[in-house]
Design a protein around this ligand. Structure first.
Ligand code: OGA
Ligand code: MN
Length: 279
């Protein structure tokens, strides 16, 4: 059996001794999926794979589902998206790169957000471009008791776009818009596997807290986000070509640091895994 080695960090584990093609045996898949819930981030080193192999590995963590933006889907394997985050000097840099510079959790604008995201590096720049992760259980635990009481049971509106986002998202097609009305989620989420509570925040998509005047909602969201921005909750993953990194969107946020050289390819395969309604 592969070994789950906890990182010396607020979250994350590295999987050692895994033959990726054996990840779908029942025992190994259960070990990987449990490691995800316990450590919120798992890193599986190895060589670059085909989109088919990436999709197959993702099955260890659940059910892959095609992501919203059609133009990013890999042609033959719709569950795998091709994410090009190369910084282009000719102005053609994909907008998602700038969006991902701020802390976020993937897919929170859906009623049923993705449980986890799998990212697999195909090409990485010579330096920089780390992806940082934030443990939202530890953020919740660090809040003052009075704040935790104040937010208990409160709900918040997430949307594809909000004026609160530091960088606004790419336009949707009419079909994509119809598929993404605003949704409401609890502000405090209970992890369905471990039962731990976590703050369910997304500065990129979170518009307002239900039942509070806008100014009060903005101030509270800012206060909560401030705790999440503290480095004591964070771990940065420095990519090696071929890494597979899976993060648990139910209890983490992540961001990319756009500090890598221009015109050096940064190309990833990405799979979103079907989740459950946040409670
Ligand atoms: C993502 C994302 C960050 C990165 O794929 O959801 O935020 O480092 N990626 O590419
Ligand atoms: Mn993301």
């Amino acid at each position: 059996m592969p070994e789950v080695v906890r990182l010396d960090a607020p979250l994350g584990a590295r999987i050692e001794g895994l033959e990726r093609s054996q990840a779908l045996s029942t025992d190994v898949a259960a070990l990987l999926d449990r490691a995800l819930a316990d450590h919120l981030l798992v890193v599986i080193p190895g060589a670059p794979m085909t989109p088919e192999q990436t999709r197959d590995l993702s099955l260890a963590f659940g059910e892959p589902r095609p992501q919203l933006l059609r133009r990013k889907r890999a042609n033959d394997v719709p569950e795998v998206s091709l994410m090009v985050s190369t910084l282009m000097t000719d102005g053609t840099t994909d907008k998602t790169v700038y969006r991902a510079e701020d802390w976020h959790t993937d897919d929170s604008y859906f009623e049923i957000p993705a449980k986890a995201t799998l990212l697999h590096s195909i090409e990485i720049p010579g330096r920089g471009g780390a992806t940082w992760f934030c443990n939202m259980h530890s953020v919740y635990d660090a809040l003052p008791e009075a704040t935790r009481r104040h937010i208990e049971g409160r709900r918040a509106i997430h949307g594809y776009d909000t004026p609160r986002a530091r960088s606004r998202p790419a336009p949707r097609s009419p079909q994509e818009t119809a598929e993404t009305p605003d949704v409401e989620h609890p502000l405090v989420r209970t992890h369905p596997v471990t039962g731990r509570k976590g703050l369910y925040l997304n500065p990129n998509r979170l518009d307002r807290i239900v039942g509070l005047p806008r100014a009060e909602s903005d101030a509270l969201l800012d206060e909560l986000t401030e705790e999440a921005r503290k480095p004591k909750h964070h771990h940065g993953h420095v990519w090696r070509k071929g890494d597979v990194v899976v993060w648990d969107n139910r209890a983490t946020m992540h961001r990319v640091v756009n500090d890598y050289p221009e015109n050096e390819p940064r190309i990833m395969h990405r799979v979103l895994l079907k989740g459950e309604r946040p409670v």
